[in-house]
Design a protein around this ligand. Structure first.
Ligand SMILES: CC(C)(COP(=O)(O)OP(=O)(O)OC[C@H]1O[C@@H](n2cnc3c(N)ncnc32)[C@H](O)[C@@H]1OP(=O)(O)O)[C@@H](O)C(=O)NCCC(=O)NCCS
Length: 194
């Protein structure tokens, strides 16, 4: 199940954060602040009542730009489509907020993530030297034309699903994202990122 994150998820998120990003993991204070920010929107994936993934979007009200803040899955949950599902959930939320362009940074040596982002339409637009100082790795900056993303994909996306009890402007709240109750795509003409 994918649902909107809350501060109660902080400990489990930090466990995954440290395992996934090691020397470059965010501090707990940084993650707490981002989860609590009115400008972000985080989702988590749960399986057997265990948190196995999270992803966050920054999309300030009124801005046409958004950023993918982060995305990570437990190692055992990778490679079976969940990363793409979480990623698309963020993009769909950005689209609901009428975002036009989504940006992200990805490690230059992170092929799986780059492949995911490229396959959703992100393009490399720059490079930041030594952006991940923990291991001295560059970042590739990528950008998505979200309007094109929303228009291009005929298959069901996350925005075709009901997200119970959520509001585009509500920051962390607990709401379930369900495949069952389809809602009309509220902010149609979507588009958003990692
Ligand atoms: C990046 C990450 C979120 C992808 O999630 P995932 O569930 O493993 O990916 P999915 O199974 O949904 O696959 C989506 C796409 O990612 C790419 N991908 C996933 N695993 C890959 C691998 N081992 N090698 C190359 N590409 C891979 C492919 O493009 C894949 O599409 P395809 O199945 O059509 O080939 C996950 O691997 C992860 O948590 N990695 C560690 C944290 C991290 O690097 N986060 C990104 C920070 S920028």
């Amino acid at each position: 199940m994918i649902r909107v994150a809350s501060l109660d998820d902080l400990d489990a998120i930090m466990t995954l954060e440290r395992l996934s990003f090691r020397a470059d993991a965010w501090s707990e204070a940084t993650m707490r602040a981002d989860l609590a920010s009115p400008h972000t929107w985080y989702v988590v994936a749960e399986e057997d009542e265990r948190l196995i993934g999270y992803a966050g979007l920054r999309a300030p009200a009124g801005s046409k730009d958004a950023d993918i803040q982060t995305i990570a899955l437990d190692e055992t949950a990778r490679g079976r489509g969940l990363g793409r599902e979480l990623f698309r959930t963020l993009l769909a939320e950005a689209a609901r907020r009428r975002v036009r362009e989504v940006f992200l940074d990805v490690r230059a040596d992170n092929r799986p993530a780059q492949s995911l982002y490229s396959s959703e339409g992100f393009e490399a637009i720059g490079r930041r030297a030594n952006y991940y100082p923990g291991e001295g790795v560059d970042a590739i900056v990528m950008k998505l034309d979200l309007t094109r993303w929303a228009a291009a994909e005929p298959s069901p996306k996350s925005d075709d699903r009901a997200i119970v009890g959520r509001s585009a402007t509500d920051s962390p709240t607990t709401a379930a994202i369900s495949d069952e109750a389809a809602e009309p795509a509220a902010g149609e003409n979507p588009g958003g990122a990692a």
